[in-house]
Structures are given as structure tokens and as C-alpha cells.
Design a protein around this ligand. Structure first.
Ligand SMILES: NC(=O)c1ccc[n+]([C@@H]2O[C@H](COP(=O)([O-])OP(=O)(O)OC[C@H]3O[C@@H](n4cnc5c(N)ncnc54)[C@H](O)[C@@H]3O)[C@@H](O)[C@H]2O)c1
Length: 448
């Protein structure tokens, strides 16, 4: 078996239109997982001239990719069609297509299981890649995880399955994804990318690849620093969102307008960064990633990461708080939640996306169903609801935004501020609005 630290598979081989380099040889890039993170990476890699094997275990997703039917907002179906037309984008469930890869990126989920990290998807991906790993190739983990996952767990799995040693026979690194679905200002290529490797040669190989697909790479000294970088970014947001959520609850009781105070504080040109209150946190990142860090601190050091635990506590409580505020508002009109008609605007966890993962809006909806409210919703970004615990999804009735729909509701609750909702119209036709996003204006509107 050849032992090499030479990043030969990456040398002079990248055909980056983006950087104006000449292609000598297209790289074969394997992307394991075609979700919110993997699909944009795949399309970008095709754009700059690489050959991409887009491997996913979900056959339905792969069929949709093959039919140029995108399920990720940031990638349009026409972009998919263009990528397919190049003949350099191969969506597949057949791992045999991974053979001979130069670079492999792992973009599989890292959820929580019983409050701790569930690394089973990374483990499966590592075992699959190990079969096809050849000397000189490069493997990069992108999934969010705690420090040590790349150089301990993944390196071990790849070595076991291939007989090759990371840093000696092949390159291994970690590069955290910073993708922000729905963000029009910062896409994949324009957002600086932190890169790392288990040794200098690995870092060089990893950086060289990412330099071909993004404008700017930021090298750090090792995978653990890169893994922590991602957790710091998400924990920072999680904690700050919790801060303003707790403030919003106190301000409401004190009779102070927290939104006006936030507007005013935001005029400070330095030392302040705005975060907005809301019905809780959702998505794959904020409700999950900080817990990877607190779990790691607890299991490695035996101590609790108090900021993360407090932030979880505050943010997890928000859906209940929204329902309490709604109940109080109905009560003032001598109405009970039980039997009232409530219209929810937006169920996705963030505006202008269809992503419902861990959405606090769903937690609000389920709670209202349990309390006997007749719950209807409008969210044109969501084609159909996923099954919810206790069959609650069957009790949520889909509506369309009309004067009749809004006027028929005893209360309207704005949960996700999609831009396609006419908030003036909502305020004009509603009897009462609880706006958790501060988008509506008018006498019947109350804010979080
Ligand atoms: N969504 C985001 O905004 C975001 C941002 C930054 C980082 N991340 C991180 O990136 C990772 C991926 O997140 P995502 O949002 O793309 O997830 P996702 O659920 O949208 O996509 C993951 C894909 O991986 C596939 N998969 C699972 N196991 C596999 C295996 N063994 N082999 C091949 N495919 C497999 C799934 O079928 C799915 O299509 C997570 O660790 C997440 O925390 C996500």
C-alpha cells in the first residue's frame, strides 16, 4: 500500500471557472447526504467544473433529484436541471458509484437522541466511504458535531474499513457548514469557510478543494478548533435569542415595548448585535447544536454548561408562553381556548422556507389542539404537513389567506414572518392578532 502525504489528487486539477483556473482534470467529488447542506455543495461543485457523485440513502429524494425536482429552497429546479445536463452531477443511492473519489464531503444529519448526540449517520457514512477510500484521497466532515468527532471517531472508522491511516495515507479534515437556508445576501460561495485538517498536508488538501468552490477560506489549526467554531456560532445565537425572549416576557408584564427598545438599541453602531424575540427556536441548528457542546462538556469534564442549559430552558418555554398569552387575550373577551377558532400564520421555523424541523410553531399548534382550539393555518411554503405526535397534524386545517378566513378566526397568531403574507391585510380584517414577529400594525395587534 503506498504511503503518501502528497495531496496529489488535488494538485493542479481543479477546474474552477470561479477562480479562472484552467482545468487539467476534473475532480471526482463524492457528497454523502443531499439535504440542505449537501445539495448546495453538490451544485456549486458542478458549477466550478467538478464531477459530483451525490449519494443519499433516501431513494425518494434521489428520484426527485434525478427528475430535477428540488426540495431545497436555495437550489431551484432549473439549477438542478442545468447540473444534470452537464452530465457531471450524478444523484444516486448506489454506493458503488463512490469508487475512485478524490474528495468526499459528509453532510449527513447529526440529531439528538435521548438528549445526547446521535452520530449514527456519520458512522454509517464513514463506513460506506471507507470501502471506496483510496490513498491520496481527501475526506471532509461538514456535519455539525462536538470536538473530537473527526480525528477520533471518523478517522477510526475510515481506518478500520480501509486499512488506511488519516494524515499518512489519505487526507482528513473538518469544515463547518455555514449555510443559511433562504438567505439571499449570503450564499455558499460568498460566505467565508473555515477549513482544517488532521495534519498540514490534510489542511492543504482540504483548503485547496474549498478554494475552488468558495471565495474565501479560513484555515484553523485542527479539526477540533473547526468543530468548536461551528458550535460557538450557534451557541452564541441560541443564548442571545434566549436573552431577548426572556426580556420580552418581562417587558410585557412591565408594560414596556421591548421591540421599540430593541430598535433603539440597534442604533448603537458598535458593541451591540440585534436578536429578536419569537415563539422559540427551531431548525436543525439552534435547538440541537448547543446541546452537543453541553453534552461534550458534561461527559468530558463532568461539569454543566450553564449558559446553554439556561438558554434551552428559556427557548423551550416560548411555545407555552405564546399559548398562555393567547389564552389571556381570549379570556379578556370572555372566550376560552377550548372551542375558539385560531388561525396560525406560518408553521416553518424560519421565514421564506418550508423547513419545519423542530419548528416552535408546531409546538404551539399541538398545544392548542390539545387544549381544544379549532386550529387552522396558512403557510404556502409548506406543501404538506409531516406527521405530528398524537396525530395532531390531522387536526390542523389548512386555509388560504382571505378576508373571510382571517375574520372568522377568534384570534390570529403570526408565528413565522414569511414575506408573502400581507400583514396590513391581516391586521385590517382580524378581530385579534398575537404577532410574535412584530410585522402587523393596528389596534387589534398585540406583540410578544
Ligand atoms: N440545515 C442547515 O441550515 C445547516 C446549517 C449548517 C450546518 N448544518 C449541519 O449539516 C448537517 C446536515 O444537515 P442538513 O440540514 O443538510 O440535513 P438534511 O436532513 O437536510 O440532509 C441530510 C441528508 O443525509 C442523508 N443521509 C443520512 N444518512 C446517510 C448516509 N449514511 N449516507 C448517505 N446519505 C445519508 C439523508 O437522507 C438526507 O437527505 C447536520 O449536521 C447539520 O447540523 C445544517
Amino acid at each position: 500500500m503506498p504511503h503518501t502525504t502528497c495531496p496529489s489528487r488535488l494538485d493542479c486539477s481543479v477546474g474552477s471557472k470561479h477562480h479562472g483556473w484552467m482545468a487539467e482534470r476534473a475532480l471526482k467529488v463524492a457528497i454523502v447526504g443531499q439535504g440542505y447542506v449537501g445539495l448546495p455543495l453538490a451544485i456549486r461543485s458542478v458549477e466550478v467544473g467538478h464531477d459530483v457523485v451525490a449519494f443519499d440513502v433516501d431513494g425518494r429524494r434521489v428520484e426527485r433529484l434525478k427528475a430535477a425536482d428540488s426540495y431545497v429552497e436555495d437550489i431551484s429546479s432549473s439549477q438542478l436541471a442545468e447540473a444534470l445536463a452537464t452530465g457531471r452531477y450524478l444523484p444516486t443511492t448506489d454506493a458503488a458509484n463512490l469508487a475512485g473519489f478524490d474528495v468526499a464531503l459528509i453532510t449527513v444529519p447529526t440529531p439528538l437522541k435521548d438528549g445526547g448526540p446521535d452520530l449514527s449517520f456519520i458512522e454509517d457514512a464513514g463506513r460506506t466511504l471507507a470501502v471506496y477510500l483510496e490513498p491520496g484521497a481527501t475526506v471532509v466532515l461538514e456535519s455539525t458535531t462536538y470536538p473530537g468527532t473527526t480525528d477520533e471517531l471518523l478517522a477510526g472508522l475510515l481506518a478500520k474499513g480501509s486499512g488506511l491511516v488519516a494524515g499518512r495515507d489519505f487526507h482528513l479534515g473538518y469544515s463547518p457548514e455555514r449555510i443559511d437556508p433562504g438567505n439571499k445576501a449570503f450564499g455558499l460561495a460568498g460566505t467565508p469557510k473555515v477549513v482544517s485538517g488532521v495534519n498540514a498536508a490534510s489542511l492543504e488538501a482540504v483548503q485547496r478543494f474549498y478554494d475552488s468552490i468558495v471565495d474565501k477560506t479560513i484555515p484553523v489549526s485542527g479539526p477540533r478548533e473547526a468543530e468548536l467554531t461551528k458550535l460557538i456560532e450557534n451557541t452564541f445565537r441560541h443564548v442571545n435569542v434566549a436573552l431577548v425572549n426572556e426580556l420580552a416576557m418581562f417587558a410585557a408584564e412591565l408594560g414596556v415595548d421591548v421591540w421599540e427598545a430593541l430598535d433603539a438599541a440597534s442604533t448603537k453602531p458598535f458593541g451591540f448585535m440585534r436578536f429578536n424575540p419569537g415563539p422559540g427556536v427551531g431548525g436543525h441548528c439552534l435547538p440541537i447544536d448547543p446541546s452537543y457542546l453541553s453534552w461534550h462538556v458534561r461527559t468530558s469534564l463532568g461539569r454543566s454548561f450553564r449558559f446553554v442549559e439556561l438558554a434551552n430552558d428559556v427557548n423551550d418555554h416560548m411555545p407555552q408562553y405564546v399559548v398562555e398569552r393567547l389564552a389571556a387575550a381570549l379570556n379578556r373577551r370572555k372566550l376560552a381556548l377550548n372551542g375558539s377558532r385560531v388561525l396560525l400564520l406560518g408553521l416553518a421555523y424560519k421565514p421564506n422556507t418550508s423547513d419545519m424541523r423542530e419548528s416552535p410553531a408546531l409546538a404551539v399548534a399541538q398545544r392548542l389542539v390539545r387544549l381544544g382550539a379549532g386550529v387552522r393555518y396558512v403557510d404556502d411554503h409548506i406543501p404538506e404537513l409531516e406527521p405530528l405526535p398524537g396525530g395532531a397534524d390531522a387536526q390542523l386545517i389548512r386555509g388560504t389567506l382571505s378576508a373571510d378566513e382571517v375574520a372568522a378566526a377568534d384570534a390570529v397568531v403570526v408565528l413565522t414572518d414569511h414575506d408573502d403574507i400581507d400583514y396590513e391585510f391581516v391586521a385590517e380584517h382580524s378581530r385579534y392578532v398575537l404577532d410574535t414577529r412584530h410585522r402587523c400594525r393596528g389596534g387589534v395587534v398585540e406583540y410578544l
